[in-house]
Design a binder for this molecule. Structure first.
Ligand code: SAM
Length: 220
């Protein structure tokens, strides 16, 4: 199963280089999604949405920006039509949900709910607005200290923030989208997270380090 999936992914990558093969790319992606949906005792279906440069073992990588390791290029996170219902064991979204309009957060979370199997986990990390305020105050209310974590790096088209989160708002949004049992998760002590990303990174400001992330996971 894994070899078949890798073979299909190689086809997608090869076809993507050719402008005239958009339909074939769509079909190959559809097949990848179908292969991923077949129950497999050894393998869990793990989706990494907004993975950026990270190519973590065992994940299907999804991002708005095409790169060789990205299996599905998509920027409409509330409409991932390539992916069938009830297929994923886990969806991981680290520092990507804040790049979605606050009007589209619940539709996006509902889309993740559609894709997850019953009992599947949606694992989220976002900048925590409470920590943004702590950084602002600790910096002597220097607005420069929070421009990045609040507004996004703004160094490429998909690096702008549109939504602020605190714990109660994120938990409420998850509940509205059909999820239960939301809990905090620890990036240094959990399954399927043996790589470095924003979930465990700090904001550095004038030689000081500040944690920034709100890490919450919920069950379908
Ligand atoms: C701040 S980076 C986080 C990368 C990685 N998850 C990490 O924690 O290091 C945000 C990523 O989300 C992607 N992204 C932003 N908006 C997106 C959208 N609407 N659909 C898909 N990906 C998006 C960007 O291209 C970028 O790779």
């Amino acid at each position: 199963m894994w070899r078949l999936k890798m073979f299909l992914m190689q086809i997608v990558r090869a076809l993507r280089k050719r402008q005239d093969n958009k339909k074939a790319v769509r079909i190959a992606r559809h097949w990848i999604a179908l292969v991923n949906s077949v129950p497999n005792r050894q393998e869990k279906v793990l989706l990494h949405i907004g993975c950026g440069d990270i190519d973590a073992t065992g994940y299907i990588n999804i991002d708005a920006r095409p790169q060789p390791h990205i299996h599905i290029v998509s920027k409409s996170l509330f409409r991932l039509t390539e992916i069938p219902d009830n297929v994923a064991d886990m969806i991981y979204m680290c520092h990507v949900l804040e790049h979605v309009s606050h009007r589209e957060i619940v539709p996006t979370l509902r889309e993740m709910h559609r894709i997850l199997k019953a009992g599947g986990v949606l694992r989220i990390s976002v900048p925590d607005f409470e920590k943004v305020i702590e950084i602002y105050n600790a910096s002597g209310r220097d607005i420069g200290s929070i421009q990045g974590p609040l507004m996004g790096g703004q160094d490429y088209a998909f690096n702008y923030h549109y939504t602020a989160f605190n714990e109660s708002h994120l938990r409420r949004s998850l509940e509205k989208s059909g999820f239960s049992q939301s809990l905090t998760w620890d990036p240094f002590n959990c399954e399927h997270h043996d790589f470095d990303d924003w979930a465990s990174r700090n904001i550095s400001w004038e030689g000081r380090e500040f944690p920034i992330s709100l890490n919450i996971e919920a069950v379908k």
